[in-house]
Design a protein around this ligand. Sequence first.
Ligand SMILES: [Zn+2]
Length: 259
Amino acid sequence: MLRGFVWFMERVQTFALNAYFQFLSTSVVIVKVSKKKHQLKCYLCNATATTRDHVPPVGLFPHPRPKNLITVPACESCNQKNSLHDEYFRLIVATSSPNSAASLSLLHQRILPRMKRRPALITSFMKSLQWAEIKSKKGIYLGRAKAFTPDELRIQAVIEKIIRGLYYHHQKRALPSDHFIEKYYRNPDLTEEFWKAISSLPRRDIGENGSVFSYRYAVDEQVDANSFWFLMFFDNSFFISRTWKIDNLVSALPTANEE
Ligand SMILES: [Zn+2]
């Protein structure tokens, strides 16, 4: 009787062990398959991601760099895309924030040495300085002066990449291709109500006190690809933009009959 019981228990153990190993081997297969199934896609073009792209561009941060930098999966070509725009953008936001210690360190560490090596950047920057007619508030002509007109297309390209990256980071998916990113507003005059609404959104700092970059955002609960973004660089230059589904925008525009 006892021998029979021992034999039975041994069979149970063997059976259990076999089943266990079989489970292990199938679960290994499952992991492999699921890995393949969930291969990460580029946040911009949906190709297979082979790199991680920094959002915002890592070049904005002087050393020592913060530990909480955001990265998103990207293909190599999208990762490299816009690198000259990124440099232009860095120049614009860092040089327009003279009171920021972070922008001064960046200027000395990266921007000035880089400009010496790449004079083309200075040329591009100088092209932004154009003669403009200056008038008083009452419209009286005061003369001509060099005025700075930033290259808006370059800036827009950088802002779009940042918003798409942050959108991916928070929503865990790429912004659909039928959504577009509105032309940015830089440091616009905002009403008190607008400021209150923006301040009510949680502020997210990258690095200490967000002295290089901080942002706030809101995603529409019903249509989660409609979102609002407030991006602040060096506590000085802020950019506001939104993402919209093209259909929603078209239906929001007044038709001829309604006018
Ligand atoms: Zn890509």
